[in-house]
Design a protein around this ligand. Structure first.
Ligand code: AMP
Length: 879
């Protein structure tokens, strides 16, 4: 229903043309939607429509304007009063533009016959629509009967005069479709047979499914099929930068709707979907495959160089395993986190570990580094392709530190954290819990021994280095300060056994070109010349601080030989607690021995300078280092003979290293050495009685010396036996007296000293046992808290230094003097109490018998003896 603002038509014969077209068009005629393509729209044709009406008095074109005064075409006919009407209106040729089904939308008004006075007999309320197909414009004038009828069109709404008076019009819209069309175009024809019609607009169109992008595929404009129920399958084409395995499809319905999409396109690698298009990934983002949805930020330690990247490039030194997804962060080869201890024996520890979670690449091998705790400079490396190893050749009851790293094509990963495991004590059984019958063990051991013997005989190999054969997958190497060290214990070779001492020195010491050495300052005086500090810069190596011992000018051949003899000895050693020889200069003058530089110089001077400044643990650490160095020497069969704090050097890390390996040193060099009755020159205070007495120098005599060094260390460089003469020392020691405990000395350390000073050298601990013991003390520092009781501490071996009644005495007389009971000395001696051993047994009865009747004197003597017995029980001063 439309409101009609214009005045009604004048009375008279009804004329369909009296229609307010401009108003009818006000928004009322509609327009094609996106799926409709007009072939003809009579409203939009500006000029002559070119339609033909016949007979001439039938349809007539009425020139009207719309609300914008634009001309519109309308055709009217209203010959309702006349009989036998047959009025045709033929359109011009309409190209179907490939459509095989077209739609005709008619907008018209039709007058209600009932409202016509007297015309009812002939008045019609319908008209007919026809079409005629033709490839061109020549077919318009065909005969009527060649037109094919589309339909009879009736009005849904007809109007009366009254309606016009009310200014209300009833516009009808009828749509008919035609098809299938087979030619390029067609004509339409409207036949009026006696109605009152105004044909306001004719719109001819076809329907299409409009171009659409669905699922990243473009589906083109598609003209619907000829059949009204037909679905046309249409293939889509992927939008730019997208791909698909199977072309997507959609279906175009007769109504111009896209239905049932099948399949889809995906943005290719490096592109992501945005607003139905594929957009390049920005810098720093990537998309690795069409299947991935969005561009993703580069994972850690990777980047892109350009937009639209498929993957991110790992930063330098970072890697990604080939099989890793590109979303994976680039890493350095991954770190092993879990290491498990397996079987532990006194000399071996078995380990296993898990492959790192994300090794970046195939793990080619593992490297297992281990060393005795606190001995990091001397370590062993085992390479294994398996995730387990057994480290053998270890010391009993010792803590070892293990670190493992993996190697891939990308290189080595970082070492795992340190894992510390301890070997079993000497006498303990293996920690393997399985209860193997003893017989089986014996048989196994027997078989193994037999195999070893046979293997040894067959190989013909008696000594020397061989790669550890424990596992073909393993390779074992020993290192010290970064230098490779051959496994197995080598034996010290006395340079004297070489006819030509020069040969020995070149066998064991590296010749250094003098130009590689720069001398900086004099730091000491050696037997053969000055000792200097300086720097050594070998080609391709980093510069090292060194100590340089020089051979003074004017030396004799013997002096030269003796001087270089030390290098021949030192050069055979490779241990973190033995001074390290860098090399010798023999081809130019001055002749030099170059060793590692020990910043704090000799230990005795250093301790004196730093009296009381170290913790007990630090002191024990120093002792431990020396014991370890001495163990190494004794394992090699080298007896030092002059172990003393003055012959130990200490570096800035407080690492102590045994030094002074001169050949003739013991005779000439050491100012502490004194001639013995047997003619040798010996450092009496440091030397075991059997070595003094009959030159029995062994590792056990070195242990005695080590005990003295312990005493020197704990007493911060005190001189052993103070100012006693060498003779007195020999005598006192021979009589069983020993150095008293230094001040504030942990009881355990003093006990160890006393053990080192056992008269029977076989009862002394071995160096490896000393190392173990010290390690235990270090691991359990509370064991060092118990100090030698101040009241029972024998502060001085000598009478004149002894506090009253609290000393260890050379003689009974000395003792009695010390407690102011000297008056009884003679009686004691006369009655057989000539030694302190004998006096120790004295009772009150004995005293009375000896004539000591005064109760005060009895008490004094007995109390003093009692105190000495306490010391005896404590085992501190073996009388
Ligand atoms: P020696 O000839 O070994 O008795 O050395 C004499 C002195 O030179 C020693 O007491 C040290 O003070 C010093 N000395 C010797 N070797 C070194 C070294 N490697 N590093 C630092 N000082 C040293």
């Amino acid at each position: 229903m439309l409101r009609v603002p214009r005045p009604p038509p004048p009375p008279g014969p009804p004329r369909a043309g009296l229609l307010p077209l401009a108003l009818l068009l006000l928004g009322g005629l509609g327009s094609a939607d996106g799926s409709e393509v007009n072939l003809l729209d009579s409203r939009s044709v500006m000029g002559d429509l070119g339609w033909i009406a016949y007979p001439k008095n039938g349809w007539e074109e009425i020139g009207e304007v719309d609300e914008n005064y634009a001309p519109i075409h309308t055709y009217q006919v209203c010959r309702v009063m006349e009989q036998s009407q047959n009025n045709w209106l033929l359109t011009s040729w309409i190209s179907n533009r490939g459509a095989s089904r077209i739609f005709v939308e008619l907008k018209f008004t039709l007058r209600d016959c009932n409202s016509l006075p007297g015309g009812l007999g002939t008045c019609k309320e319908t008209f007919n629509m026809y079409y005629f197909e033709s490839d061109d414009e020549d077919g318009r004038n065909v005969r009527e009967n060649q037109y094919i009828k589309i339909d009879t069109i009736a009005a849904d709404e007809s109007f009366t005069e009254l309606d016009l008076g009310d200014r209300v019009m009833k516009l009808n819209t009828e749509v008919r479709d035609v098809g299938p069309l087979t030619k390029k175009g067609f004509y339409l024809a409207f036949q009026d047979v006696g109605a009152c019609i105004a044909l306001v607009s004719v719109r001819v169109y076809y329907k299409k499914c409009p171009v659409v992008v669905r699922n990243l595929a473009i589906f083109p404009d598609t003209i619907t099929g000829a059949d009204s129920s037909q679905l046309l399958e249409v293939l889509g084409s992927c939008v730019n930068h997208s791909v698909t395995d199977e072309p997507p499809r959609m279906h175009c319905s007769a109504e111009g709707e896209w239905l049932v999409p099948i399949g889809k396109c995906m943005c290719k690698a490096g592109y992501e979907e945005k607003n139905n298009t594929c957009q390049a990934c920005r810098l720093g983002f990537f998309k690795d495959s069409p299947q991935s949805q969005m561009c993703t930020k580069c994972p850690p330690h990777s980047y892109t160089r350009e937009e639209a990247s498929h993957f991110c490039i790992c930063e330098e030194h970072y890697f990604r395993k080939e099989t890793d997804p590109p979303t994976m962060a680039c890493t350095t080869p991954s770190i092993i986190t879990t290491v498990k201890k397996g079987k532990v024996a006194k000399n071996s520890i078995s380990l296993s570990w898990q492959e790192p979670d994300r090794p970046n690449g195939i793990i080619l091998e593992y490297e297992i580094k281990y060393f005795e705790k606190d001995q990091e400079t001397s370590y062993t490396i085992i390479k294994s392709k398996e995730t387990k190893i057994t480290a053998d050749g270890l010391k009993p009851a010792s803590a070892y530190v293990f670190q493992i790293r993996a190697r891939t094509a990308a290189g080595y990963g970082g070492f795992s954290r340190r894992f510390e495991f301890e070997t079993s004590p000497l006498l303990a059984a293996s920690s393997d819990q399985s209860q193997i019958p003893i017989i089986a063990v014996s048989v196994t051991v027997g078989v193994i021994l037999l195999a070893i013997v046979i293997g040894f005989l067959l190989s013909g190999r008696r000594c020397g280095y061989s790669k550890a054969k424990q596992d073909p997958e393993e390779e074992k190497m020993h290192f010290h300060n970064g230098h490779i060290k051959l496994p197995g214990v080598r034996t010290y070779i006395d340079p004297h056994t070489y006819e030509d001492p020069n040969q020995a020195v070149h066998e064991f010491a590296k010749e250094i070109e003098a130009s590689y050495i720069s001398i900086e300052r004099v730091i000491g005086a050696g037997e053969f010349g000055e000792v200097c500090s300086g720097r050594l810069k070998l080609p391709g190596k980093r510069e090292l601080p060194v100590a340089i011992k020089t051979l003074k000018v004017g030396y004799t051949e013997k002096q030269r030989r003796d001087f270089l003899g030390e290098a021949s000895i030192m050069g055979q050693f490779d241990h973190p607690n033995i001074i390290h020889l860098e090399g010798v200069v023999t081809k130019s003058k001055p002749v030099m021995i170059v060793t590692e530089y020990m910043e704090n110089g000799s230990l005795d001077t250093f301790l004196k300078k730093n009296d009381g400044q170290f913790t007990v643990i630090q002191l024990v650490g120093m002792l431990r280092g020396m014991a370890s160095g001495m163990k190494y020497l004794s394992d090699m069969g080298y007896v030092h003979r002059d172990l003393a704090a003055r012959n130990v050097l200490i570096n800035s890390n407080l690492v102590c290293k045994v030094s002074d390996f001169g050949l003739s040193r013991i005779l000439e060099d050491d100012p502490e050495a004194a001639y013995t009755t047997k003619g040798g020159k010996i450092p009496i205070r440091w030397t075991a009685p059997e070595a003094i007495a009959f030159r029995k120098f062994t590792s056990a005599s070195d242990v005695w010396s080590y005990g003295i060094v312990m005493w020197e260390v704990v007493s911060y460089g005190e001189r052993p036996y103070w100012e006693m003469t060498n003779q007195d020392v020999i005598k006192a020691v021979e009589e069983g007296y020993r150095l008293p405990s230094p001040m504030d000395c942990p009881a355990a350390l003093y006990q160890l000293m006393l053990n080192c000073w056992q008269k029977d050298r076989n009862s002394r601990p071995k160096f490896d046992e000393i190392v173990c013991m010290l390690d235990k003390l270090i691991r359990n520092p509370s064991s060092l808290k118990t100090l030698v009781n101040a009241s029972s501490r024998v502060s001085n071996l000598l009478g004149e230094h002894s506090p009253l009644g609290n000393g260890v005495y050379r003689s009974v007389g000395e003792w009695l003097e010390a407690i102011k009971m000297g008056r009884y000395a003679e009686i004691f001696m006369e009655n057989g109490y000539s030694s302190m051993d004998a006096v120790a047994q004295v009772t009150l009865e004995d005293l009375r018998r000896l004539g000591v009747t005064l109760v005060g004197h009895q008490k004094k003597i007995l109390n003093s003896l009692q105190e000495m017995k306490v010391q005896l029980v404590n085992g501190m001063v073996p009388l």
